[in-house]
Design a protein around this ligand. Sequence first.
Ligand SMILES: [Zn+2]
Length: 143
Amino acid sequence: MRPAILSRRFLPALSIWMVAASCTGLEPSGPPAGAVVLTPPPEYAVWYARTEACAQLQGGAHEIEWYVVPDVATFETSIGEKVGLWEKVGHLSRITIAGDYVGNEMVVRHEMLHDLLERTGHPPEYFVNRCHLTWDSWDAGAQ
Ligand SMILES: [Zn+2]
């Protein structure tokens, strides 16, 4: 009798654990903590076109899902504190911007350039020479 009682008690706990485990399995890379969907402001279309022009690459602005972490200067990611983050999720790009920087052309276009290049890392040919989309090169390249 005692083993039967024990297994009844353990069963609910086990099924909760399995649900939790499958959730993390299906969504290994959700948006950063605190991020909410951002409707891209109208100037983002202009900024995307500018970034396409300097990189001489064509992308798909409509294939970007925008997120914002409201009211912060940086947010936590698996690769440290960031003001912006680009991730590839299936065929979509997910870009998350810290709330303080949603109106910052350099920060937003920096992430757009990741989208156009479809890569992490910062090849200087694009991020510095062509588009001036790093903190150091931005002022120097302002027109
Ligand atoms: Zn970057």
